[in-house]
Design a protein around this ligand. Structure first.
Ligand code: ADP
Ligand code: GLC
Length: 477
C-alpha cells in the first residue's frame, strides 16, 4: 500500500510529546513491512541545519486561503528505504522558536498555521506523481484533511485516496471562532452540527471524526473511554454516532531508539539476561542529579509534560507524604509554571531526596528511565502513554493509574502473579497513589519479587510488528 502520513510533529525532526515518536515509528514500521510510506510535516526552525541532506524540491505552490493565497515550498529527505519525508516550508508560519507556543502561550494563529498545513497535505496527495492509496492524519492539526479531500473529490478528483484519522488526545480538539471557517474554502455544508461545527465554533478534530473513512485512537481502552461522558471532552455522543468506524490500536515502541543494549546515552548497557548494568546507571544518575549515591534507597522518577492530564497534583501531594520515608525522587518535565513551582518547592524542602530538572532533554530522559527503580505515571487520563512501555523495557517498574493505554500495557500483581510487571491504582487521589508507592517500597525490600517484576517488564514486547498489522487491517477496511 501507499500511505501518506501527515503530522504536526515527527521524531527525530520535531517533538513535544509521544505523537512525534508514534508517527516517526509508524512510518518506519510501514516501510519495513514492505509498504511505501511518506510522511509530510512542517519545516520548523532548525530542521535544515540538523539534517543537511534535506533537498529543496522544484515545487512551490500557491493555495487559496479564504480570499487570499498563501505559498508553500516543498523539501524532501530520503529517510529510510521506502520512507520519504516531505517538509512544508512556510517561514511566516513555521520558522519560529516554538512548535505550538512560546513561553506557555499558544500562537494566536495556530488555526491558520495548521489549516494551511492541511491544505498542503491535500495538495501533495493530489498532485504528487506518487499517488497515495490512503492519507493518514494525526490529531486536530490535520483534522480538516478528510473534509478537504472530500471537497476536492466533489470538484472532480476522481481517484482520491481514502482517509484515516488518529486521535492521540481528545483533550486537544482545535476549537476556534467560526470566522476561521471561510479560510478553509470548504462548501458551507461542511459547517453543520454533523460536521465541523461545534456550538458555534469550528472544531478541527470533530471535522476529522465526521469525514474520515476510519478513525483510530492509540489504545483499546481509550477507544472505549472516549465514548463516555467522563472522557469524551464533549464529543462522546458524536463518537458514539461514529462508533462503527472507531478502533483502538495500542502504540508500539521503537526499540531501536528505546533499548538498554545499544544506547550511547546510557552509562552502561544491560539487558534482561545481563541486568547488572542497571545499578551502575542508578549510581551515575544519582551522581548526575547530586542525590546521595545509595543503592539501597529506592529511586522513583518521572518524565512528562507538566499538564493537568499527567496527574501532577496528586503526585505532588503523594510525594509530600511519602518523602517522610527513605526514598528518592527525580523528575524531568516542562509545562505549566504552577506545576514547575510545585516541583521546585518539593526539591527545596527535601534537597537530599528530590532532584528536579526543567526543559526538554532527551539524553536525561533515557538516563532517568534506566537509572530509576520505579517510574510514576498517575495520569488523570492517558490515551496510550509511551513512558510506561519504555520503563518496562528499561527494567524500571511503572506505577500507573489504570486508565487508557496505561491499563492496557501494564500488568498488576492482582491480574497475574506470574506476569506482573507494574503497579496499578484506580482512584484518582494522592492517597491511592501513596498506597501504590508503599507497595513499590515493599517490592523493593523483597529482592526475589523485584527481580521477577523487572524480568517480566524487560521481556514484555510492544514492538511495532504487531501494531503495524493492526493499522494495515484498519487501512484495508
Ligand atoms: P505525551 O505524548 O502525552 O506527552 P507519552 O508518554 O506518549 O506522553 O510521550 C511522551 C514522550 O515525550 C516520551 O518520549 C518522553 O520521553 C518525552 N518527553 C516528555 N517530556 C520530556 C522532557 N522534558 N524531556 C525529554 N523528553 C520528554
Ligand atoms: C498523546 C497522548 C499519549 C500518547 C501519545 C502518542 O500525546 O497524550 O498518551 O502516548 O499521544 O500516541
Amino acid at each position: 500500500m501507499k500511505i501518506l502520513l501527515a503530522s504536526s510533529e515527527v521524531y527525530p525532526f520535531s517533538k513535544t510529546g509521544g505523537l512525534a515518536d508514534m508517527v516517526g515509528a509508524l512510518g518506519v514500521a510501514l516501510a519495513e513491512a514492505g509498504h511505501e510510506a511518506r510522511i509530510v510535516t512542517p519545516l520548523y526552525r532548525g530542521i535544515r541545519e540538523k539534517f543537511p541532506a534535506l533537498r529543496k524540491v522544484d515545487w512551490n505552490f500557491d493555495l487559496p486561503f479564504g480570499a487570499e493565497f498563501f505559498s508553500g515550498q516543498l523539501w524532501e529527505l530520503d529517510f529510510a528505504p521506502r520512507l520519504k519525508i516531505y517538509f512544508i516550508e512556510q517561514p511566516e508560519f513555521f520558522d519560529r522558536a516554538g512548535i505550538y507556543f512560546e513561553k506557555n502561550i499558544s500562537y494566536a494563529d495556530n488555526p491558520e498555521r495548521y489549516l494551511f498545513f492541511s491544505k498542503c497535505v491535500v495538495h501533495l496527495a493530489r498532485y504528487l506523481p506518487w499517488q497515495a492509496d490512503l492519507v493518514h492524519g494525526h490529531d486536530w492539526q490535520t483534522g480538516l484533511v478528510p473534509a478537504l479531500i472530500l471537497q476536492a473529490k466533489r470538484a472532480g478528483w476522481g481517484n482520491a485516496p481514502r482517509t484515516c484519522l488518529t486521535i492521540h488526545n481528545l483533550a486537544y480538539q482545535g476549537v476556534f471562532p467560526k470566522e476561521i471557517f471561510p479560510l478553509t474554502n470548504l462548501d458551507p455544508d461542511f459547517f453543520t452540527p454533523t460536521g465541523a461545527e461545534f456550538f458555534g465554533f469550528i472544531n478541527f478534530l470533530k471535522a476529522g471524526i465526521a469525514f474520515a473513512d476510519i478513525v483510530t485512537t492509540v489504545s483499546p481502552r481509550y477507544a472505549r473511554e472516549i465514548t463516555t461522558e467522563e472522557f469524551g471532552c464533549g464529543l462522546d455522543g458524536f463518537l458514539r454516532t461514529h462508533a462503527a468506524k472507531l478502533t483502538g490500536i495500542l502504540n508500539g515502541v521503537d526499540y531501536a531508539e528505546w533499548n538498554t543494549e545499544k544506547n550511547s546515552r546510557l552509562f552502561r548497557s544491560y539487558s534482561a539476561t545481563r541486568p547488572g548494568g542497571k545499578s551502575f546507571n542508578k549510581q551515575e544518575l544519582q551522581r548526575l542529579l547530586a542525590l546521595p549515591v545509595a543503592e539501597k534507597i529506592p529511586l522513583f522518577g518521572t518524565i512528562s509534560r507538566l499538564a493537568e492530564q499527567k496527574g501532577v497534583d496528586i503526585q505532588l501531594a503523594a510525594l509530600e507524604e511519602m518523602l517522610q520515608a527513605d526514598i528518592q525522587f527525580c523528575q524531568l518535565g516542562s509545562g505549566s509554571p504552577e506545576f514547575e513551582h510545585g516541583y521546585r518547592e518539593l526539591a527545596r524542602r527535601h534537597p537530599s531526596k528530590v532532584a528536579v530538572r526543567f526543559g526538554y532533554d532527551e539524553t536525561l530522559a533515557h538516563r532517568i528511565e534506566a537509572g530509576c527503580d520505579f517510574f510514576l505515571m498517575p495520569s488523570r487520563f492517558e490515551p496510550c502513554g509511551l513512558n510506561q512501555m519504555y520503563s518496562l523495557r528499561y527494567g524500571t517498574i511503572p506505577i500507573v493509574r489504570a486508565t487508557g493505554g496505561l491499563d492496557d500495557s501494564v500488568v498488576d500483581f492482582s491480574e497475574s502473579q506470574k506476569k506482573a510487571n507494574g503497579i496499578k491504582f484506580f482512584e484518582y487521589s494522592s492517597r491511592a497513589l501513596a498506597k501504590a508507592i508503599r507497595k513499590a517500597m515493599a517490592i523493593y525490600q523483597t529482592p526475589a519479587l523485584l527481580k521477577e517484576f523487572r524480568k517480566n517488564g524487560m521481556q514484555a514486547d510492544f514492538s511495532w510488528k504487531s501494531t503495524v498489522k493492526q493499522y494495515l487491517k484498519a487501512y484495508r477496511k
